[in-house]
Design a protein around this ligand. Structure first.
Ligand SMILES: Nc1ncnc2c1ncn2[C@@H]1O[C@H](COP(=O)(O)OP(=O)(O)OP(=O)(O)O)[C@@H](O)[C@H]1O
Ligand SMILES: [Mg+2]
Length: 393
């Protein structure tokens, strides 16, 4: 799975290890409680927290885990997991296990650090603390964490927007300057070709000049089109219809050969507030890339479904479109750059296809990510929020 790979980043300096109470001159008193606050009340607090909470014993066994932690780690909450080694319970998250196993040896415990879960790609913001008993002995450790994936995505999108704005301004200025001389070359070469009817060799050179100038002009138009801000014609839109139009549109723009396209759409999908034309454009670009990658053979599967997206508040419904091809896939250094404008590995490519896709997805307040590896094909997932309370299509 390829997402933008990021190392563990520390946002704030790590806090110095809080010494257990025994190391202090006077043992700190146990927390005060009101008369009707019992242990069950504390359990309810932890269970109801909107952050993930997990604790382990000094021996490395799970002592406590709340529902939010289970949700973030993608595990089912099971009482029988309590007391089991943390390495068993979180076997799908070796990076977390490594971190927790090292907690008793660390001199500085990370505070507000981040780590990325593989394979889900979720980004966690976490704090680690030691648990000391009344006598001040370290009896365990706790981890307090939050799923920052959405925050990260928004920051990433913001960074990309800034980058696009800078690149866009420059590209628009150059394209604008180049447009007129190009038109001049094309017109003058045409005039010359008409004057030298008796020199077929020179005519053929001029024909080449004209066609190259036309191609350059098409690129300039594409760049200008790309840098122009998108103005959505928003209407109640069936995403599945945009996908179907894209299948037809892609056939007019690229060679499909013997590739079959399997579109799977469940009944009763909600309508979204979107621009049918732009969405069709988006899926067309994805299909063209898949056709080009598969070189005339194989099957593409497009699956449409609804999901509930965690937005850090009450959650919202979204329509997800997954387009999976069985092409050659991409190595990580390519996958990390595919959405950058002008990035291409194709001799004739402009490298704007996926940059435009991203721009359209952003304009719909959606998100896009890809899973790919050499030899394993490519899956592109577009998530488009259903705004308002639109009902079945
Ligand atoms: N389905 C895919 N399988 C393999 N590689 C892909 C796929 N989609 C995109 N890529 C890679 O991402 C690069 C960028 O794609 P993008 O659509 O932005 O530009 P392009 O296809 O090269 O040119 P353009 O779309 O402007 O004609 C491609 O050159 C290719 O290397
Ligand atoms: Mg393309």
């Amino acid at each position: 799975m390829t997402k933008s790979r990021r190392r563990t980043i520390r946002r704030t300096p790590p806090t110095r290890l809080a010494r257990p109470a025994s190391a202090r001159p006077i043992a700190s008193p146990a927390p005060r409680r009101a008369g009707d606050v019992n242990d069950a009340f504390f359990r309810y607090i932890v269970a109801g927290m909107r952050n993930g909470v997990l604790a382990l014993t000094r021996e490395g066994n799970l002592a406590l885990i709340n529902d939010e932690a289970c949700r973030i780690f993608g595990i089912a909450p099971r009482r029988t997991d309590l007391g089991r080694p943390i390495g068993d319970v979180l076997r799908d998250h070796p990076e977390v296990v490594r971190l927790l196993n090292s907690v008793f040896e660390l001199h500085l415990l990370p505070n507000r650090a981040e780590l990325r879960l593989r394979p889900s790609g979720k980004v966690l913001g976490y704090t680690l603390a030691l648990v000391g008993d009344d006598a001040g002995r370290v009896v365990g450790a706790s981890m307090f964490f939050k799923d920052l994936t959405r925050v990260e995505q928004l920051e990433e999108r913001e960074r990309l927007r800034d980058r696009l704005a800078a690149v866009g301004e420059m590209a628009a200025a150059i394209a604008h300057e180049v447009k007129n001389p190009l038109a001049g070359i094309e017109v003058m070469a045409g005039l010359l070709r008409r004057r030298i009817t008796d020199a077929p060799d020179a005519q053929s050179v001029l024909t080449d000049i004209i066609s190259e100038a036309k191609m350059a002009n098409a690129i300039v138009q594409e760049v200008l089109e790309f840098v122009r801000p998108i103005r959505l014609q928003v209407e109640r839109t069936a995403v599945a219809d945009a996908v179907q139009s894209a299948v037809q549109l892609a056939d007019t723009k690229a060679r499909r050969g013997d590739i079959s396209v399997d579109v799977r759409v469940p009944r009763g999908l909600p309508l979204i507030h979107g621009d049918q034309y732009q969405l069709a454009q988006l899926f067309t670009n994805l299909l063209i890339n898949a056709y080009e990658a598969m070189e005339g053979r194989g099957r593409i599967t497009i699956t449409v479904r609804t999901i509930r997206v965690d937005d850090g508040f009450e959650g919202r419904d979204a329509v997800v479109v997954e387009l999976a091809d069985r092409g050659p896939g991409m190595p990580p250094d390519v996958a990390d750059r595919v959405f950058n404008p002008f990035f291409t590995t194709k001799p004739q490519g402009s490298g704007l296809g996926l940059a435009i896709v991203r721009k359209i997805v952003d304009a719909h307040d959606g998100s896009i990510d890809l899973e790919t590896a050499p030899g394993r094909g490519t899956l592109i997932r577009v998530t488009l929020p259903v705004s308002g309370s639109e009902e079945g299509a």
